[in-house]
Design a protein around this ligand. Structure first.
Ligand code: AMP
Ligand code: ZN
Length: 268
């Protein structure tokens, strides 16, 4: 099965309607670029995109330009969230402030902040779904990471669609590339000459995920696919997380506890 067929199958499993409004979280990298490209190709015409401009110098500028070029090419509306304007600082400075109080890795902090922004903005833009570029390699890494951290139940929230708990303030996130290997996405992006920034984020250093990624490089494609298939088989059997969803006492966004993960990092 080629990449288009696999994505088509995944989309039919997610059961989104072509009329639903899908907001693609576009980073400028190959994965989310391919998501926007295939969704458009398959006739999802209620499609828009959002790019979070992290204001990390030259790298961010290249990412912003790539997303603008893609959206122009596909004829989709692009929203740019300027982190400096909206949150008062670049991602590097926000992260350094957090790290002066807490010992957390770069990617962990950036990930929490990006999710918070995406949910809030998707709600503001009245999107039915947020589509991200997560692929098979990302998902198997997350699964392994959760097991190695001793919290396999965290994987219960992941899957083709992340709904956490049905909640009016939480916009479900979908992953059209869930069953696609990273190397196939790269090949597809190159073949279709998509405007993509291939260099890695300069701040993605020293994360636990990178360690796992290195280890998982030793697995064959088949082994990665099997890992994911088996994960999906046992997923429902892992202890479920607490069923309640609250709203953060500081920012009002969905939260598991009294305060959301983002406010725990930034505002405390
Ligand atoms: P990452 O955690 O950086 O691997 O990104 C995972 C997914 O989040 C990407 O495939 C994108 O869909 C989305 N994403 C990452 N960075 C950005 C960004 N700067 N703006 C919008 N979406 C992003
Ligand atoms: Zn909050």
């Amino acid at each position: 099965m080629n990449i288009s067929q696999k994505v088509k199958q995944t989309l039919s499993r997610i059961k989104i309607n072509k009329k639903d409004k899908v907001l693609v979280a576009l980073s400028g990298g190959k994965d989310s670029t391919v998501v926007a490209y295939v969704l458009k190709k398959f006739g999802y015409n209620n499609l828009e995109a959002i790019h979070i401009d992290l204001k990390m110098g030259d790298y961010s500028e290249k990412c912003l330009n790539a997303t603008k070029q893609l959206c122009k090419q596909l004829g989709i509306k692009l929203y740019v969230y300027d982190i400096r304007k909206e949150m008062g600082n670049s991602m590097c400075n926000i992260r350094l402030n957090v790290q002066s109080k807490k010992s957390l890795k770069n990617c962990a902090i950036c990930g929490v902040i990006k999710k918070w922004i995406l949910n809030k903005e998707a709600r503001r833009l009245k999107a039915d779904y947020i589509a991200t570029g997560h692929h098979l390699d990302d998902e198997t890494q997350t699964f392994m990471l959760n097991i190695l951290k001793g919290s396999p139940e965290l994987s219960n929230n992941t899957g083709l669609i992340t709904r956490n708990l049905p909640d009016k303030k939480f916009i479900p996130r979908i992953k059209p590339l869930f069953f696609i290997l990273e190397k196939d996405i790269k090949e597809y992006a190159i073949k279709n000459k998509l405007p993509v920034v291939y260099e890695k984020c300069p701040c993605a250093i020293d994360s636990y995920r990178i360690q796992i990624r290195e280890f998982m490089r030793s697995l064959s494609d088949k082994q990665k696919e099997n890992l994911m298939k088996n994960f999906m088989k046992i997923q429902g059997k892992i202890k479920k997380q607490d069923k309640t969803m609250n709203y953060c006492e500081i920012c009002g966004e969905p939260a598991r506890g009294k305060i959301c993960k983002m406010c725990e990092l930034v505002k405390k």
